[in-house]
Ligand binder design. Structure first.
Ligand code: NDP
Length: 330
């Protein structure tokens, strides 16, 4: 038994339900490794779980993503040893200084990739990877719409899409955020806070792209969904992958017909790291691209674990760019 400090959600609610406290952690069980945390990633899925949009019995330790060093190995674990550097993105209860993780959910962090960078890259990096390789395989010459392009997933989408020879229409809420998207290679920049109607925003996207876009990557949700749909070419793909501005309400499916035989999908990372091979493949590609310098990770904020609520206030308040991480002590 060892002692950990963790971020708990005491009951569904806003940030005041977060509690940081010490508790005992048992030795790792069968198929588990115990990891000393280097950093945990701050994500919107944590917000959805804290609010009860994705129900989780309370109290629970927050966090899906992190990286650290193996300090103990349970029974029936092969290929992992004390001292190994590992990362994960689909393993609940990550905001904990000492945490037991299923061995099949952690991946090795290659030499040359800092553990804080790995923690920052896993969930958003594997998400951007599956969105551009599998949900819609972006091809050379195509045009993609990316909302919140200076955000965590947004910055990675811009890089992965332009590396595939496609162009990006990037949106963001401020001109400073658009500068970040431009520096990463986005071709067309739109400050969507200057538009009051979805039709006007869609017209601006179409005008920038010169036509309807092939694919719309929309993690903003409620505020942008209508404009995204109206920005697509006939038979274009609407990828609604989140709801930073709120969840999209039910809609009339005939709108897909009226828009030109459109496709709509609402993907989740879990379904795209469905088995060990797929997790390893995506992690190898993302962490490998970081190691060889072809994928940039922007850590936009680093908070002590004890100040988790401040990190979420910044994320939920649109104050951030790139990725926020929590560290055991800053
Ligand atoms: P971001 O860093 O992109 O932060 C969210 C951004 O959304 C804000 O910075 C802001 O950018 C924009 N935004 C617009 N309206 C609002 C609003 N009302 N409240 C808050 N933010 C708003 O976050 P992430 O990269 O972590 O996540 C982006 C989206 O991707 C989220 O919806 C998340 O749930 C989703 N996601 C989905 C996954 C999946 O597999 N389906 C996996 C990972 C993330 P601006 O100021 O430029 O408008």
């Amino acid at each position: 038994m060892t002692t950990a400090t963790s971020v708990f959600v005491s009951e569904p609610g806003e940030r005041d339900v977060l509690e940081v406290r010490e508790h005992d952690v048992p030795a790792p069980g069968r198929g588990e490794v115990q990891v000393e945390l280097a950093a945990a990633g701050v994500n919107f899925i944590d917000v959805y779980k804290r609010q009860g949009i994705y129900p989780v019995p309370t109290p629970f330790v927050l966090g899906e993503e992190g990286a650290g060093t193996v300090v103990a190995v349970g029974a029936d674990v092969s290929g992992l040893a004390v001292g190994d550097r590992v990362a994960w993105c689909q393993a609940p209860a990550s905001m904990s200084t000492i945490t037991n993780k299923p061995a099949d959910k952690v991946v090795p962090v290659p030499d040359g990739v800092d553990l804080e960078v790995a923690a920052a890259a896993m969930l958003q990096g594997l998400t951007a990877h599956y969105l551009v390789t599998s949900t819609y395989a972006v091809r050379e010459g195509e045009v993609a719409l990316v909302h919140a392009a200076a955000g965590g997933v947004g910055q990675l989408l811009v890089q992965l899409i332009t590396q595939r020879g496609a162009s990006v229409v990037a949106t963001a809420g401020t001109d400073e955020k658009l500068d970040i998207a431009r520096a990463l290679g986005a071709h067309h920049l739109i400050n969507y806070s200057t538009f009051s109607s979805s039709d006007d925003l869609a017209a601006a996207v179409r005008s920038a792209a010169g036509r309807g876009v092939d694919v719309a990557y929309d993690g903003v949700g409620k505020a942008t969904f209508d404009a995204s749909l109206a920005s697509l070419r006939p038979r274009g793909m609407m990828v609604l992958f989140g709801g930073a501005s709120g969840q999209v309400p039910p809609f009339d499916i005939q709108r897909l017909n009226a828009g030109g035989s459109l496709f709509l999908t609402r993907p989740s990372l879990g379904h795209y790291v469905a088995d060990r091979d797929e997790l390893e493949w995506r992690a190898r590609e993302v962490l490998g691209a970081i190691a060889d310098g072809s994928l940039a990770i922007d850590i936009g904020g680093r908070y002590p674990l004890t100040e988790a609520a401040a990190a979420y206030a910044a994320l939920e308040g649109r104050q951030t760019t790139g990725k926020l991480i929590l560290v055991p002590s800053a």
